[in-house]
Design a protein around this ligand. Sequence first.
Ligand code: TYD
Length: 131
Amino acid sequence: MEAPRIIQLPRILDKRGNLSFIEECSHIPFKIERTYWIYDVPGGESRGGHAYRNTDEFIVALSGSFDVVLDNGIEKKTYTLNRSYYGLYVPKGIWREMTDFSTNSLALLLASTPYEASDYIRDYNDFILSR
Ligand code: TYD
């Protein structure tokens, strides 16, 4: 299984404004089947708190900042995302939670599968048993 990791994205620096991009199977190690975004998160709220059986994701802070806490069942690691030119690759089978959203933050998530409720593991004990 691939490990979670920060992936730097291309940066085209320009006096008119900078530009970054993502190509599936090139900058990120999967084909993009779905894109969603999380916004207007009230202070103190967290999102996520689940694992996926079969979905790989790539998470970018397009604006503002937030933390992604990853837990492989043995250890937890917190990644702070606060720039739009890198992101966090989260392979399937990792418990993840998104916390500490700054005001007006915007999280972009690219996923390797279409949405399917049955792909979620929402109970932490079930996650531990699934490993
Ligand atoms: P969910 O992934 O459960 O968010 P969180 O884990 O942060 O609470 O999604 C919340 C709701 O949105 C859930 O009812 C399912 C729906 N949803 C979709 O319909 N399509 C999607 O791609 C996603 C991510 C969620």
